[in-house]
Design a protein around this ligand. Structure first.
Ligand code: HEC
Length: 145
């Protein structure tokens, strides 16, 4: 008899527990985290600077430097008009490098007797941008870039 009582007791306890707590179903958690769709277009390789950008930077550099004391875009002053320089030389990487060297070291004898002063504090990179700007003045596009 004792055994039956125990079974009943257990059964009652269990059913009571079931009704009091078991009724509440835990709400399903929204476990799925929304994965953010990453836009990786920014991670694409940085574009090589276009020659138009370099020419624009060159124009700014020329404007900021002392070039205007001796050069005008279209008129000869002390130095040749930069547009005339553009007409004389083809827009090639070789000429960009050559003219950049002249801007840094100075030059003479090509346009007349008056020499161009040296610009030792201008970097090769900046001088090349300036040369590109000068060479663009006749509307020519870079030939081999
Ligand atoms: C003191 C005056 C003076 C200044 C300042 C000057 N130039 Fe010149 N530039 C000249 C003269 C003069 C020539 C012609 C030299 C020659 O006959 O070889 C010349 C020539 C050039 C040439 C053509 C070189 C060639 O061999 O055909 C370029 C390009 C040039 N200058 C760019 C510049 C730039 C860019 C600046 C500014 C950073 C500048 N110059 C500043 C006087 C100057």
């Amino acid at each position: 008899m004792k055994k039956l009582m125990l079974v009943l007791f257990v059964a009652v306890t269990v059913s009571w527990t079931m009704t009091s707590c078991g009724g509440k179903k835990e709400e399903a958690k929204e476990g799925e985290e929304t994965e953010e769709a990453y836009d990786d277009s920014d991670l694409a390789e940085p574009k090589k600077e276009s020659s138009e950008d370099l020419i624009k930077q060159g124009q700014v550099l020329v404007d900021q430097s002392d070039c205007k004391t001796c050069h005008h875009a279209t008129n000869k002053i002390i130095g040749p008009a930069h547009a005339d320089v553009a007409k004389k030389y083809e827009f090639t990487q070789g000429n960009v490098t050559m003219l950049a060297g002249k801007i840094i070291k100075g030059g003479s004898g090509v346009w007349g007797e008056i020499p161009m002063t040296a610009h030792p504090d201008i970097s090769q990179q900046d001088a090349e941008k300036m040369a590109m700007y000068v060479l663009s003045l006749d509307g020519e596009k870079p030939a081999d870039r």
